[in-house]
Design a protein around this ligand. Structure first.
Ligand code: HSE
Length: 406
């Protein structure tokens, strides 16, 4: 038997408790031994809940208990989660987490502490919810040089964009409230909406495939706050979907990474990933293409990934597991300025002439009009680098919005 503790009985923590109870027989047989939850840490009381008998509000009950060999950290945030994780690793306990903020900020240091204490720090649930992407990169695609990862890595924003597309006219704030009620969204919704959450996740995945730490703060990050019902209308009219992508790609100039909304055509492998689903496209030099997809957020899908880590921790009792993210140096990202793309640009109708002379001085811009949007038109630029687009946008003046084509 191996004893475990859970730090935090919120959305994910209660999911972990329930998954371990519900599937105990098969979990124990896959772990090769019985897994018992000995403590659950939370300051709140849960009268009548089965967790009551193992609930504690004192972290020391867990840190000081030599029987506890696996700790699940699902508190979220950095402060206490960082201190508790460090302490547990130093006490020779394996730690499994869904905490992408902590992994993106201190993952390398925590893995070093784990190494020094002969235990493991597992974080499968930090990226892609229930999708087994980290294990796939660390244990399955080990024969390949992975040169690109492109993901829909945030369930909340994918849910919002899907609802906006499928229910014409539904308001952004109404859909966000629904996502929060479903337990997908972060406490501070700007981590989802402004793209910091997928930026952290692509930083973690890139650190695994490239070996050195990618700092999420270095990643160009644009969220979906500015995407309007009108933008979605243009996209749908053209047969495109708007998706918030997080990408890291090896190029001749180095690794480029960004998070931004893109227009995807129907042939793109991530076009039809809808709702809270996440998906990760991976390109390897031998493998070619692979796409991993599944539930990207929510209590049980996330708990499923955390519990898979608990099982792995039990299987690796006394042994170290491999992780590709192992080098101490930080990876310096290449500039995105030279990336060439087409853009969908919305402008006021009276500015069409100016748009033509600025964005297509040697040609003619085709425009797209939508019946009920009388005061505006949209056009598609020729391929422009990020830098050139920015220069032209400044020269043009006021555009209504712009979205990159993938
Ligand atoms: N807020 C996150 C999301 C939760 O919506 O994807 C899962 O990491």
């Amino acid at each position: 038997m191996i004893k475990a503790a859970i730090l935090g009985y919120g959305t994910v923590g209660s999911g972990v408790f329930n998954v371990i109870k519900e599937n105990s027989e098969l979990i124990n047989s896959r772990a090769g031994q019985e897994i018992e939850i000995k403590h659950v840490l939370d300051l709140r009381k849960f009268p009548g809940d089965p967790v009551e008998s193992v609930l504690t509000d004192n972290f020391e009950d867990i840190a000081d208990d030599p029987e506890v060999k696996i700790v699940v950290e699902v508190m979220g945030g950095i402060g206490a989660a960082y201190e508790f994780t460090k302490r547990c690793l130093e006490e020779g306990k394996n730690v499994c987490t869904s905490n992408k903020e902590l992994v993106a900020e201190h993952g390398l240091e925590l893995m070093r502490i784990a190494r020094e204490n002969d235990v493991n720090y597992f974080f499968e649930a930090s990226c892609g919810g229930g999708i087994p992407i980290i294990r796939a990169l660390n244990d399955c695609l080990t024969a390949d040089d992975i040169d690109q990862i492109t993901g829909i890595l945030n369930g909340t924003t994918n849910f919002i964009l899907t609802e906006m597309t499928q229910n014409d006219g539904v308001s952004f704030s109404k859909v966000l409230k629904q996502a929060q009620a479903n337990g997908f969204a972060e406490r501070d919704p700007s981590a989802d909406i402004d793209g910091y959450d997928p930026a952290r996740k692509i930083a973690i995945l890139s650190s695994i495939i490239f070996g050195s730490s990618v700092d999420y703060k270095d990643i160009y990050t644009e969220g979906i706050r500015k995407i309007s019902a009108e933008d979605i209308k243009y996209a749908s009219t053209m047969g495109y979907a708007v998706k918030l992508l997080a990408e890291a790609k090896k190029t001749g100039d180095g690794v480029r990474a960004y998070v931004a909304p893109f227009l995807l055509d129907q042939n793109h492998p991530l076009y039809s990933i809808n709702g809270v689903m996440n998906a990760v496209y991976v390109h390897g030099n031998m493998l070619g293409d692979a796409v991993f997809t599944g539930a990207g957020a929510g209590s049980l899908p996330t708990a499923s990934a955390v519990v898979a880590d608990v099982i792995d921790a039990a299987r690796h009792d006394g042994k170290r597991a491999y992780c590709g993210w192992r080098h101490d140096e930080k990876l310096a990202l290449a500039s995105n300025d030279g990336i060439k793309r087409r853009y969908l640009v919305r402008i006021y109708t009276e500015d069409q002439g100016k748009a033509n002379s600025v964005f297509a001085p040697d040609g003619f811009l085709d425009t797209i009009s939508i019946g009920d949007l009388e005061e505006e038109v949209a056009f598609i630029t020729p391929e422009l680098s990020e830098k050139d687009f920015e220069t032209k946008e400044k020269a043009f003046g006021k555009i209504i919005s712009r979205i990159r084509f993938y």
